[in-house]
Design a protein around this ligand. Structure first.
Ligand code: C5P
Length: 241
């Protein structure tokens, strides 16, 4: 399901994480960012609070990446995904950890949606950046987070996912292993000179692009800025430079 290397502009590549609790705040932010960014990321907090109807309303302004990180038995994920695909988000995701059969069920559902004219592409989450080596050992993994992320990316690629969510630090090795057309969507982006907050391993927008990120997820440096539109435009300029 991976498409050819996308001919995306810097603006298309910028995905803003709408980590706000209410539809009202999200829609106000969308109005400020519409036309200036490629996508808005709606996570579990906002989706659980405001639901599918709100996503439809948001999508009328800016394409949405529905970051629900589905993870369950194959049939359950397929059916949940079929419900989510009715909203036709630009991107949706599942956890690689659900295993090959679950990934294949998700790919099948997404392909059926695309065959019917839908635009959604399916990404898979490799390793949560909140899991360090110690946490992975407690879960029974001997590999480092980097090794596991690469192995999981290969599984997602084999299953037919369009790409992965990963750290920008892993994007180059995943691109080299899975090909340019297999997308890398990377959070943990901080413009030069901006506070890293709780992100441990950050990259600047320019570094992330150089290291093979397809899409860059940026949250607080834009949503908490005094002027979010100007902050988004500055990041797009940094990407272009
Ligand atoms: O505000 P900030 O730019 O740190 O937001 C990053 C967004 O990306 C948040 O929504 C966060 O949950 C998400 N994310 C992340 N690291 C991951 C996966 C998702 O920061 N590994």
């Amino acid at each position: 399901m991976s498409s050819a290397a996308p001919n995306l502009s810097a603006r298309d590549r910028l995905v803003v994480a709408l980590d706000v609790p209410t539809a009202k705040e999200a829609l106000a932010m969308a109005a400020r960012l519409s036309g200036r960014v490629g996508m808005l990321k709606v996570g579990l907090e906002l989706f659980c609070a405001e639901g599918p109807a709100f996503v439809k309303e948001l999508q009328a302004q800016v394409p949405v990446f529905l970051d629900l990180k589905l993870h369950d038995i194959p049939t359950t994920v397929r059916r949940a995904l079929e419900a989510v695909l009715r909203l036709d988000p630009r991107l949706v995701n599942v956890h690689v950890q659900g295993g090959p059969a679950m990934l294949e069920a998700a790919v099948e559902a997404t392909r059926a949606h695309q065959a019917a004219g839908g635009r959604t592409e399916l990404l898979a989450v490799t390793v949560l950046t909140s899991l360090d080596r110690e946490a992975l050992a407690a879960l029974g993994h001997a590999d480092s987070p980097q090794e596991l992320a690469l192995a999981y990316a290969k599984l997602a690629h084999q299953a037919g996912c369009a790409g992965v969510v990963c750290s920008a630090w892993e994007a180059a090795s995943i691109r080299d292993a899975c090909g340019e057309g297999f997308h890398r969507l990377t959070p943990g982006i901080r413009p030069a000179g901006v506070a890293t907050q709780d992100q441990a391993r950050v990259m600047t927008p320019a570094q992330a692009l150089q290291n093979g990120s397809t899409w860059l997820v940026v949250g607080r440096p834009i949503t908490h800025a005094a002027d979010p539109a100007a902050a988004a435009e500055a990041i797009v300029a940094e990407m272009q430079a």
